[in-house]
Write a protein that binds this ligand. Structure first.
Ligand SMILES: Cc1cc2nc3c(=O)[nH]c(=O)nc-3n(C[C@H](O)[C@H](O)[C@H](O)COP(=O)(O)O)c2cc1C
Length: 162
């Protein structure tokens, strides 16, 4: 049993990042913080402004969060990829919390985009090196093969926290 306090903090517009976050938190038996964006992002117009806002690296207004991120040994931050970037709500959450993070790990879900760009962007934003990263595409999430990847991500985190 890992004697560490872990928080999974994520934003999800359509449910994929939520699904992955729930599984991670169940496997780690840790706390979860869903980040809520107050900006209307539904429908085609919502899709358009979200892509534009993400590309412009625009912060947004998020609902007040419940967990104190400074109380955790590590915060696992999950975001969907929007127009090749971090979602606006996660960008805002990091802006508010980055000085409180002790250790961070990152994961994203995407429609198909893969690569280290997002991880580099989040590291820069947090001003901290990540202890573990995971990226999952929609296709990987739709067949349950992704559970193996989640297991590896968790094993990696546990090893770094030992
Ligand atoms: C505004 C917007 C922009 C997106 N841009 C990309 C992208 O650049 N590359 C990509 O692979 N997927 C892109 N997607 C797809 C999402 O990253 C993908 O569906 C993700 O799993 C959604 O996570 P969620 O269900 O937690 O919201 C975009 C989705 C939205 C809503």
């Amino acid at each position: 049993m890992l004697n560490k306090k872990i928080l999974v903090a994520y934003y999800s517009r359509n449910g994929s990042t939520r699904k992955v976050s729930k599984i991670i938190s169940e496997m780690l038996q840790c706390d979860v913080e869903e980040i809520y964006d107050t900006k209307k992002r539904e429908g085609m117009w919502g899709f358009f402004i979200s892509g534009r806002d993400a590309m412009l690296k625009k912060p947004t207004i998020i609902k007040e969060t419940e967990k104190d991120s400074s109380q955790y040994d590590v915060v696992l931050i999950g975001t969907p990829i929007w127009a090749g970037n971090i979602s606006c709500a996660v960008r805002t959450y990091i802006n508010y919390n980055k000085d409180k993070f002790k250790k961070v790990a990152f994961f994203y879900t995407s429609g198909g985009t893969q690569g280290d760009k997002i991880f580099n962007d989040i590291e820069r934003l947090c001003n901290k090196k990540s202890i573990a990263n995971m990226g999952l595409t929609k296709k990987q999430i739709s067949d349950d093969m992704y559970l193996q990847t989640v297991n590896e991500f968790i094993a990696n985190i546990k090893q770094k926290l030992e």
